[in-house]
Write a protein that binds this ligand. Structure first.
Ligand code: DHK
Length: 145
């Protein structure tokens, strides 16, 4: 069976491409899904990109990933800085976890400098724009290869 990578996205990322483009760029989540699927096709990985504005939905998808995913790429968005629940869910997942931030969070407000998710993530990308998802996919392929 082809290994599956879940690419999970938190609050407000449904507006990617239209929301503060000077920070997050003009590419959409559909563009990200297509770019990740293309890397997956090269690397022999299936991808499933999901987005929710609801913390509990992200937790449920992480639980689903326990059954169906070999790895998780996650941009928790604002939940990065607030959610012990997302961290606890990720701690139940046994495969590699890569945390992605489109913006360079350490150059921004102090409240964005701390990440609960980084306590679990095996790698962290920040400031690469949406290209960070592509780089995360390549690293995931390397980890699972
Ligand atoms: C996205 C968000 O929505 C913010 O809440 C985070 C992250 C940064 C990003 O850079 O992708 O602070």
């Amino acid at each position: 069976m082809t290994p599956m990578i879940h690419i999970l996205n938190g609050p407000n990322l449904n507006l990617l491409g239209r929301r503060q483009p000077e920070i997050y760029g003009r590419e959409t989540l559909d563009d990200v899904a297509a770019a990740c699927a293309a890397i997956g096709a090269e690397a022999g990985l299936e991808t499933r990109l999901l987005q929710s504005n609801w913390e509990g939905q992200i937790v449920d998808w992480i639980h689903e990933a326990r059954e169906s995913a070999a790895g998780i790429i996650i941009n928790p968005a604002a939940l990065t800085h607030t959610s012990v629940a997302v961290l606890d869910a990720l701690n139940t997942f046994e495969g590699p976890v890569i945390e992605v931030h489109i913006s360079q969070v350490h150059k921004r407000e102090a409240f964005r400098h701390h990440s609960y998710v980084s306590h679990r993530a095996d790698a962290v990308m920040a400031g690469f724009g949406v290209h960070g998802y592509v780089l995360a996919m390549r690293h995931m392929a390397h980890l699972l290869g």
